[in-house]
Design a protein around this ligand. Structure first.
Ligand SMILES: Nc1ncnc2c1ncn2[C@@H]1O[C@H](COP(=O)(O)OP(=O)(O)OP(=O)(O)O)[C@@H](O)[C@H]1O
Ligand SMILES: [Zn+2]
Length: 619
């Protein structure tokens, strides 16, 4: 769209504000690529892009800024280079880095007018949410899963933050289902990926998050048996590289262990007992099959084909691990191989192993393609959903830039229901939220300040905390009544420097009216304070007590969201969406902007268009 059309559509004021804005885009993946293009073409003056990843072949179908020749190059840098051609006048900065690194501190966030999240994980989303709240910078949060998308405007003290509503934790499976009684393909896949692969090539099962070992049932004996089995597997691991390795692994997991399981009669009263496989017989019947069968990823392989891929992938992985071990210097930690859906060797191993196990337990076998989806927790990413979500982000950004939060929305994109795009009024912050309903204060510290100076001098003497509180630096606990070892350490030794955020949680009993969470921003001072104190509270503050229960009825049925950021549906089927001011949503006719001055221009400042107009450029 031409600059003149944008000006006529958005008005001079908003166009100028857009031009003067300095914004941060976190993530240059599916949504990020679309969003960067939108930001640049809308005329945002300065865009900083950060992404920790490099480009993978599997990104190319939807991350349209990337081409084949960019594979293995940093996403942020390539995105910047390519997007720059769209608008050579725009100032673009790229960082190939993790947004959670300490260099991107509160002070750095404060330099932006607005932040856009285009991330794919909960931890990074939560981190950016917290940094934006601390820096007082508006955040446009977005996420997609399949056909669903969501955009949320977050502004400190005015709207809900990302953490005001609980989030679903990743799915885990009871260990006995995975290890002894699988009934679905996913159980076999998790077993191959999170149990057998790490036992053979990585770290032991205890560290696998997908295995829930807390189950406390009649299966305790079975768990003890499983631990014994794991010991035996460790011995087999020693034979890696020998001719017998594949046969040993197969014999253990598909013959011996299964026969032992079958002997536990009680387990199979209600279920069909598993059937052990026979290595020699299977090997004979698979003799003519080539390992290249692993390239055929759209159909489920036969049992024999699975054996061939199992053998070949075990050999490939053994060779890789042994090469890493040979190269390792004494100070390096033990090399390991971990599952990556884009690593053919690990994917072949997981597909074939899961299928052999599925055969044993009478479960349907899966193609490599389907296994990849399930093992990688992949919900198909749809380019159109990303594109629409990215454009909704920009429409919401306009409202924020105009300081018109009352017209900003929580926007949902969905395929079911009468309309593709639905919106809801933004909600006020949840007063129980441990992330945004916090009190902030700045403390100035000099280079000799210790944790004790902070704990005793400020928290206890100045602010009246008892002993019952804990302090964290990001997720690391640095102080609580049982963790006093750091008291004599200097703050710098604990990695606490300028603009660091420390969270202080009052752990007193509820009857004692604990305070809300206190967030301390560290300000480094070169000169000691005049009264000789190493840690000084910049301004006196009053820390309110934690509300006993939420006073906002809206939060009673708060939706949960998953790690992708897409919230569970809040509204009921067929229900009209009220807008902020209580009016029922009016659909705004989308103007088809044609070439030249005949273009139908939608003026977003027009009250009738406040619902958010979508302009479709046919060119
Ligand atoms: N902590 C982080 N710092 C910077 N960038 C991050 C961080 N966490 C995730 N990202 C980036 O956010 C982007 C999210 O994009 P997207 O959801 O399309 O995922 P993807 O990894 O590109 O695709 P897929 O997971 O579907 O293969 C990715 O490019 C990822 O590298
Ligand atoms: Zn919150």
């Amino acid at each position: 769209m031409r600059a003149s059309s944008i000006k006529r559509s958005l008005g001079v004021d908003l166009t100028n504000r857009i031009k003067e804005s300095r914004v941060l885009l976190v993530g240059a993946g599916g949504i990020g690529c679309e969003l960067l293009k939108n930001l640049v073409l809308t005329g945002f003056g300065e865009v900083h892009i950060i992404d920790l990843d490099t480009i993978d072949l599997s990104n190319l179908n939807r991350q349209f800024l990337f081409r084949h020749e960019h594979i293995k190059k940093p996403k942020a840098l390539v995105a910047k280079e390519v997007a720059h051609h769209f608008q050579p006048g725009a100032k673009l900065e790229a960082y190939h880095a993790n947004i959670m690194d300490s260099q991107f501190n509160v002070g750095w966030f404060k330099t932006f007018d607005m932040v856009f999240n285009a991330l794919d994980n909960l931890a990074a989303r939560r981190h950016v949410n917290r940094m934006c709240l601390a820096a007082g910078v508006p955040l446009i949060e977005s996420g997609t899963t399949g056909f669903n998308g969501q955009v949320q405007v977050i502004e400190k003290g005015k709207t809900e933050c990302y953490d005001c509503n609980p989030k679903e934790t990743p799915k885990s499976y009871p260990i006995c289902t995975i290890r002894s009684t699988p009934t679905q393909p996913i159980h076999c896949i998790v077993w191959a990926k999170s149990y057998l692969l790490p036992e053979l090539f990585g770290v032991s099962e205890d560290e696998a998050v997908e295995l829930d070992t807390t189950e406390n049932t009649e299966n305790a004996k079975e768990i003890a048996n499983l631990r014994k089995e794991a010991e035996a597997l460790k011995e087999i691991r020693q034979s890696m590289g020998s001719d017998d390795f594949v046969k040993n692994v197969f014999g253990k997991v598909f013959e011996t262990d299964i026969k032992r399981l079958c002997e536990m009669d009680d387990m199979w009263k209600e279920r069909q007992a598993p059937e052990a496989l026979e290595y020699d017989k299977l090997q004979e019947s698979s003799a003519s099959i080539e390992p290249t069968i692993s390239k055929c990823d759209q159909r489920a392989w036969s049992l024999e084909e699975n054996l061939v891929v199992f053998t070949d992938s075990l050999n490939r992985l053994s060779k890789r691990l042994r090469e890493l071990q040979a190269k390792k210097s004494p100070e390096d930690s033990e090399p390991i191989l971990t599952f990556d859906k884009d690593d053919e060797d690990t994917l072949d191993f997981v597909t074939s192993t899961a299928n052999l196990r599925a055969e044993v337990f009478h479960i349907d076998l899966q193609s490599k393609f389907d296994t990849k989806q399930m093992a990688g927790n992949i919900i198909p990413a749809i380019a159109t959903t990303n594109a629409m979500t990215a454009s909704l982000c920009v429409l919401q950004a306009f409202k924020v830039l105009q300081g018109d939060l009352s017209h900003a929305k929580m926007v949902f994109l969905e395929r079911s229901g009468p309309r593709a795009i639905n919106s809801e009024a933004l909600r006020p912050p949840n007063p129980d939220c441990q992330v945004c309903s916090v009190v902030r204060a700045e403390v100035a510290v000099d280079s000799s300040a210790t944790l004790q100076d902070l704990v005793e001098g400020v928290l206890q003497q100045k602010l009246g905390y008892t002993d019952e509180f804990s302090m964290r630096n990001d997720d690391d606990l640095i102080y609580d009544p049982d963790e006093q070892g750091n008291l004599s350490k200097r703050l710098s030794e604990l990695g606490i420097g300028n603009n660091c955020l420390l969270t202080v949680a009052d752990d007193d009993d509820v009857e004692k009216d604990p305070r809300v969470v206190l967030e301390l921003e560290i300000i480094e001072r070169t000169e000691p304070s005049t009264d000789g104190k190493h840690v000084v509270l910049q301004k006196s503050i009053d820390i309110p007590r934690r509300p006993k229960k939420s006073i906002l009825p809206e939060h009673e049925d708060a939706p949960t969201t998953n790690g992708t950021g897409v919230t569970g549906k809040r509204k009921r089927e067929g229900e009209e969406e009220p807008f902020m001011n209580g009016h029922v949503a009016k659909r705004v006719a989308a103007g088809s902007a044609q070439n030249g001055d005949d273009a139908v221009i939608i003026d977003l400042d027009e009250p009738s268009n406040q619902g958010g107009a979508i302009m479709i450029d046919d060119d």
